[in-house]
Design a protein around this ligand. Structure first.
Ligand code: G3P
Ligand code: CA
Length: 268
């Protein structure tokens, strides 16, 4: 199954809450996907990396510095890279206090915890494999965890997309599980589009890097599952941009403010 109706088929592009509803709750936490669900959005996006001892965790930056209190707890461990900390150490960090005192005590979720919450919330996930060059084998490990939780069963495939800025990583994911929907993050040239279309279904560029003509070009190429390649753009946080990219014909908008984007799309 292909999870994402093309915009022309559904009438409206899909709205995806970027790192959860990250304008309103700390990014990449269970609180941020709870917030997305509360606002009425089913699609959320996250970033997956790996700890020193091999646990998959949900966090955007390669360093723990910006989104946790790691400097206070581990002052001598600069530059505080995710890959240099154990899962037990990361579990001690506060990943919410930097955002607002109201979220103090929020944790960096493991991917396992995160997926259980996605399931509990009846959500759908655009999962980004972040910095895969730092984590050899992360594609196999991620799919194994997803498979163990049933996410790769036919009936759930429509709720999951795996994306990466690394074409190699996406090719690997596609080879491991050809039925899974994949997305390449970036703005490939026309030549690259035809190459990547063998292993991806979506092209997800930044909104500032594209035009209506580019979206049209992407749509003219057949993706890995025999349908036209789709386009999800990021990170659209204001009404004017939302209306503009809707006019471009994009199939999805990835946003920190899903409520703002939805209102703009409905109005426009
Ligand atoms: O989903 C698109 C977007 O997340 C890519 O950029 O840096 O926010 O992971 P970044
Ligand atoms: Ca991301």
């Amino acid at each position: 199954p292909t999870p994402v109706a093309r915009a022309g088929e559904s009438g409206e592009p899909t709205v995806i809450a970027h790192r959860g509803a990250s304008a309103y709750a700390p990014e990449n936490t269970l609180a941020s996907i709870d917030k997305a669900a509360k606002l009425g959005f089913s699609w959320v996006e996250n970033d997956v990396q790996r700890t020193k001892d091999g646990e998959l965790v949900v966090i955007h930056d390669g360093s723990l510095e910006r989104t946790t209190n790691v400097k206070e707890l581990f002052p001598g461990r600069a530059p505080w890279k995710v890959k240099d900390f154990t899962a037990a150490e990361i579990a001690r960090l506060d990943a919410g206090g930097w955002f607002s005192p109201a979220y103090a005590g929020t944790r960096v979720p493991t991917l396992e915890q995160y997926m259980r919450r996605v399931e509990r919330n009846h959500e759908k996930l655009l999962l980004e494999i972040k910095n895969p060059e730092l984590y050899p084998g992360i594609e196999q490990q991620t799919l194994k965890l997803l498979g163990n939780q049933g996410w790769l069963d036919q009936k759930h495939l429509g709720r999951l997309i795996v994306q990466s800025f690394s074409a190699d990583s996406i090719r690997t994911v596609h080879e491991l599980k050809p039925a899974l929907t994949t997305a390449y993050l970036g703005r490939p040239s026309v030549t690259q589009l035809h190459q990547y279309a063998r292993f991806t279904d979506l092209i997800n560029p930044s909104y500032g890097s594209i035009s209506k003509g580019y979206v049209c070009t992407v749509h003219s190429v057949e993706g890995a599952h025999g349908r036209p390649l789709g386009v999800f753009v990021w990170t659209v946080n204001d009404a004017d941009t939302a209306r503009k990219v809707k006019d471009y014909g994009v199939d999805g908008l990835i946003t920190n403010k899903p409520d703002v984007v939805r209102a703009a799309l409905e109005a426009g």
